[in-house]
Design a protein around this ligand. Structure first.
Ligand SMILES: C/C(=C\C(=O)SCCNC(=O)CCNC(=O)[C@H](O)C(C)(C)COP(=O)(O)OP(=O)(O)OC[C@H]1O[C@@H](n2cnc3c(N)ncnc32)[C@H](O)[C@@H]1OP(=O)(O)O)C(=O)O
Length: 283
């Protein structure tokens, strides 16, 4: 299938309705262990937790061998086999309220083909708007990248990371239980996150791959628990994969109106960078 055929997907839309149910928020809280008060019906859903709703509904018979829904429905039929979450940009207008229905309108915004250091890359940019009633609560753009089979990725060689004195840090142990729970919360059956022989033999990774959105959520959690200000925006880019083979470090540097965030791999690689915008200031 040619690139021209994929680009016919630009403008394709998808509507998903859901209830921002308490059960799912409690499952997320059990996984992420926020230090704040337990969530209740009517409370605001923490930022980025909308990823635990509007879950994929492809029947089992319509999953691809990688575990994702077969392409060619909403997502274009890019022929490259290896899918990764590359990044996202999000604006939070008003928190979603737990216990109320919501709807997510999606659209394929763009499809671009590039050649990276690792080989050909096809980026699909998906736009989302999430509403409760008539109120636009969240706007988001996600970049998904598709890659050809490549040479196996070597395991990172852990080094002693330099101490950080001007930032808040947290070390995360990405064990398979955490990855499994995050896959379950997002109903994401992609086998690179839980099926080690598949991740190693079919996609060439040295271990289970840590979800980019999990790292982003953990950085958001670090941010929101260290400020009283609302989060008005968030953007991140996954630059290198993290694996379940060794702990990684989260770093949050608070500025006046924004927080610069980073996830550092065990070898010191900057695996994911993000920026959280703080609202409620003097703007
Ligand atoms: C959920 C879920 C899946 C996952 O969570 S997978 C785990 C999370 N994601 C990752 O670990 C991805 C980590 N990133 C990478 O491995 C590399 O960035 C990637 C995507 C393989 C690209 O590396 P390259 O070395 O081949 O690319 P270059 O640095 O040479 O750049 C080439 C052009 O591509 C643009 N680009 C690169 N990375 C990104 C990115 N993350 N976001 C947007 N654009 C990117 C780069 O700017 C270059 O563009 P030019 O226009 O300047 O040529 C699930 O599946 O649901």
């Amino acid at each position: 299938m040619s690139e021209a055929d994929w680009t016919a997907w630009i403008g394709r839309t998808e509507l998903v309705e859901d209830n921002i149910c308490l059960t799912q928020a409690l499952a997320a809280a059990a996984t992420l262990e926020p230090p704040s008060a337990p969530l209740t019906t009517g409370a605001p859903l923490p930022p980025l937790w909308h990823w635990f709703y509007f879950l994929p509904r492809a029947p089992q018979s319509q999953l691809g061998s990688d575990g994702h829904p077969q392409r060619g429905g909403f997502i274009p039929p890019i022929p490259y086999p290896r899918r990764m979450f590359a990044g996202a940009r999000i604006r939070f207008h008003r928190p979603l309220l737990i216990g109320q229905p919501a709807r997510r309108e999606g659209v394929i915004r763009n499809i671009t083909q590039k050649t990276g250091r690792t080989g050909p890359l096809a980026f699909v940019t998906v736009g989302y708007q999430i509403f409760q009633g008539d109120t636009l609560c969240i706007e988001e753009e996600q970049d998904i990248v598709y890659r050809e089979p490549g040479t196996p990725v070597p395991a990172p060689v852990p080094v002693e990371l330099p101490p950080v004195t001007d930032a808040i840090t947290r070390t995360v142990i990405p064990d398979p239980r955490l990855l499994f729970r995050f896959s379950a919360l997002t109903f994401n059956a992609h086998r690179i996150h839980y099926d080690r022989p598949y991740a190693q033999q079919e996609e060439g990774y040295p271990g289970l791959v840590v979800h980019g959105p999990l790292v982003a959520v953990l950085l958001m959690e670090l941010t929101r628990h260290n400020t009283t200000r609302p989060i008005s925006g968030f953007r991140f880019r996954s630059q290198a994969p993290l694996f379940d083979l060794a702990p990684f470090r989260l770093v949050a540097r608070f500025g006046t109106d924004q927080v610069e965030l980073e996830a550092q791999g065990p070898d010191g690689t900057s695996a994911l960078t993000a920026t959280a915008e703080l609202g409620g200031g003097n703007e």
